[in-house]
Every structure is written in structure tokens, then in C-alpha cells.
Write a protein that binds this ligand. Sequence first.
Ligand code: 13P
Ligand code: SF4
Length: 301
Amino acid sequence: MTREHEMIRHLLEERRGILLAHNYQPPEIQEAADLCGDSLELSRKAAATDAKVIVFCGVHFMAETASILSPDKTVLLPRADAGCLMADMITAEALQEKIRSLPPMPVVTYVNSTADVKALSTICCTSANAVQVVESLDADTVLMTPDRNLAQYAAGRTQKKIHFWDGFCPTHDVLKPEDVEEAKKAHPDAVFMAHPECRPEVLALADEIRSTSGMLRFARESHHKAFIVGTETGLLYPLRKENPGKAFYPASEKMVCNNMKKITLADVIRSLEKMEREIKVPEAVRKPALKAVQRMLDLSG
Ligand code: 13P
Ligand code: SF4
């Protein structure tokens, strides 16, 4: 444990806080965390914890989700500029216009979205439960926002008709079939795991399609010894740490989310010392957004 890690532990104890980190966070942040996980696991933990303060090491929408679920807790995002490029591809106004242009249908919104957009949605989903969420709805047609790739992934696994928003995650959308072919040529025995935020033509080449924690689980349980990893390269750290006897190769070195790399240990310390960079969703937005998030959590147990 470094001196900075010790300071964080001490401050968390003093503030009765918990540190949650997404699986893409830098290694030193993952090492400081009480829990690392995918979006679904982190939102479950944010809902269940009895800590007074949640320090969220991830991006803005994740801290907002924690605030939606835990209005009485102080939620800190140590860097205010850690945003999500995909979440910023849709606004509440634009979604409202889209809803007006379509016949009435449920709106399924990926948790990688702003609280304003969640507030207009019927139900949320994550990469781990998108198909289950779509299937749960009593409607033949749904609108999915904001990720066109996740929507197309779900569309291929349900009878329902899916309208989708034309948003995408630049970190995953950058991966092309040629990159995968090249990685497969270099590592012919490796299993290719891809995240549903990847393009359909990339997912068509995948052996396994999983959320980040789904990939961790698969790698842990699989008898395979080598894996090509089709998601943000931050996931290589926990994969390699948990599986010292197995090999993990990035599908492309280009798969980096700069926003996920912004928070440093010094930012966490400053944030806890000064109790600054609080994320608080206003009640008028929080209540309808909570309905959509809670409906998803109730569904996935
Ligand atoms: P999951 O960890 O839920 O798979 O999400 C991936 C992601 O892009 C988070 O920003
Ligand atoms: Fe957003 Fe993609 Fe970065 Fe996740 S990896 S925070 S979806 S831009």
C-alpha cells in the first residue's frame, strides 16, 4: 500500500465513505477501491451501501446514477471533467422530439446517459442485461438510446422491433473487423471477447459478448489460456491480475477512454479532504430517473 492509498483509507474511514471504481479505471485507483465492477454491479452497490459518502471513480453518469439511487448520501466524482462521449450524444430535448415523432412505445435507455435522459425513459439497461430488459417489456416495438451498437446487439436477440438512437461509444466503435482479424492472426489460439458497445460487424467475429465484469467472469471460469480483449484497455489490468497463468491481448491499442483515465489518487484525496466535486441530481429529475433505474434493478434481481 502506498502512502496515498493509506491516506485514502484513513479519509474514507473518517468520512464513513466507500470508494467505487469502474473496471476501466487506472490500476492504482482500482487498488484503492472497496469495489470494482461493471455499471450494473456498481449501481447495485451504490443502492445498497450504508456509507455516508460515495466516492465514484468512473465518469459523470455513473456518479449521477449513484446520486439517483442514494439521495441522502454525498456522492463525489473526484474530477468534474470526467464525462462520457456517448452520454453526451443525446439530450433530453432531442429525445423528447424523437418520442413525439414515433408512435407510443417504451424507451429503453442505457445507463451510459445523463439523468435528464433517464428521466424521460421507461426503463434503463446496462450492457449486462439489455436483452433481458427489452424482453421484459409488454410491447412489440421499443426505442433504445443512446447506443446504436448495443441496440443492434439486442435487436439480433429478440423478436421485438427496435428503433435506435444513432449514438455510440468512440472507444468501442473504433474497433474494426480488420483489427480483430489481425489480432486473431497474431494469437490464433486466443478466444475473442467483445463488448456489446462494439460494431455489429465486430460482434459477428466474437466468441463471447459480455459486459466488463462478464468478461472477468468468463476469463476466470474458462479453460482457455489466451484471450483477445475487445473493450477499453483498462480491463487488461484486472484480467491479468486475476489470471496469472493466462494471456490477455488488446484487440486494439486504440481502445482507450481518456475520460476513464482522468482521476488520480491525488484527486481522490483532495475530493475527500475538501468534500468537493459533489454530484447531486435535482429532485424533479431524480424521481422519474429513479423509476427507470429501479425498474431495471428490480428486474435483474
Ligand atoms: P460495463 O462495465 O457495464 O460493461 O460498461 C462499459 C462502459 O463503457 C462503461 O463506461
Ligand atoms: Fe463513455 Fe465509452 Fe468511455 Fe464508457 S468507454 S465512459 S461508454 S466513452
